[in-house]
Write a protein that binds this ligand. Sequence first.
Ligand code: RFL
Ligand code: PHB
Length: 390
Amino acid sequence: MKTQVGIIGGGPSGLLLSQILHLRGIESVVLEKRSRDYVLSRIRAGVLEQGLTDMLRAADVGARMDSEGEVHEGVNLAFGGQLHRIDLADLTGGKSVMVYGQTEVTRDLYAARDAMGGTVIHDAEDVTPHGLDSDAPWLTWRKGDEIMRLDCDFIAACDGFHGVGRKSMPRDMLREYEKVYPFGWLGVLSRTPPVHEELIYASHERGFALCSMRSKVLSRYYVQCPLDDDIAEWSDDRFWEELKRRLPEEVADALETGPSIEKSIAPLRSFVAEPLSWGRLFLAGDAGHIVPPTGAKGLNLAASDVHYLSEALIAHYAEGSEEGLKSYSDRALRRIWKAERFSWWMTMMMHHFPENGGFGQRMQTAELDYLVNSRAAMTALAENYVGLPF
Ligand code: RFL
Ligand code: PHB
């Protein structure tokens, strides 16, 4: 097989890149290790920045998001038994975020790729890039006993943190920066109405909690938990009890509980690989960087990478310009590091770190107290939360 851009990974980054390129007349093939059902069973992010929603609309995949997603003009912080609203729209000159699940974004992208005759190959095992420092790279993979080959001009690794793309770069030219947090998030999805009309990020001495949602009848909640906790030890009742204890009383009293539809523990990590390209290989999304979910930035960063990379590829094919491809890594990293900083800051401010002692806890309380009483500080949070420009 032959194509222009070989894309490893059929998550949101890979599918969005493929869709945007298609609309500009550039061919691509997406190789995904898992089945479509598996990809669509993963429950992940829920908050989309305007930059991403604009990209989805421009790529003809925004219709269902615009009818089913919810625009949020504010977000809430809870601590000391009180709820504090951050008015995103007022603080950012009218900006907002869209609450619409990553799973639904992915479903819409698959539907669009199908409708336009895009090639997405599932269950592609042992995907391996070759000839990355040549003008004619290729990918091989295994389908059952058969080895398949795809020749291409460029390879985009959109294959997530554990993918093969980053690992194909020479070790001696890759720098990796990492911070692993000493706790995880236990997440629950339940068919219950959300406890509040907007998201609530709660800081409590028992640990962080987040009240999020997918729709008027579907809620997503998280509590900070030890990394080595066994999910089997977390019955639904224990989860609801723990969540309530971390929320202001008025919120806890309003919480409607029900059976969990999904329950999982995710580790928290900050990670950046530099550079994001080598020869004809380009990393986008989680393949190149990870943020802790506290700032809701993971999926949105994947989108800005895809924006810069698609622009560079379009300029290459339309005008023969190599400038965008050469500067892709630097351009993307400038925005990535700012989102890394914001996600790290939100994580450090909101979570319980017993190892930081009493002084550390007082610093957190002072920071939160300052934040919700200073328009300047709230503006800084709001500006980052709705997303820095790209
Ligand atoms: P994805 O979504 O991980 O998709 C990568 C795709 O590549 C496939 N793949 C391969 N395919 C072929 N060959 C290989 N060798 C391959 N290796 C992997 C995988 O099967 C997969 O389909 O990366 P992408 O597209 O860059 O999108 C990034 C976002 O998914 C990610 O940033 C966010 O979901 C991060 N994230 C969250 N972000 C939030 O803002 N809020 C959240 O609540 C939130 N929860 C999460 C998350 C990420 C998680 N991961 C990665 C473990 C929860 C989890 C569990
Ligand atoms: C979610 O709804 O899953 C979600 C929302 C906001 C975050 C993280 C996760 O910061």
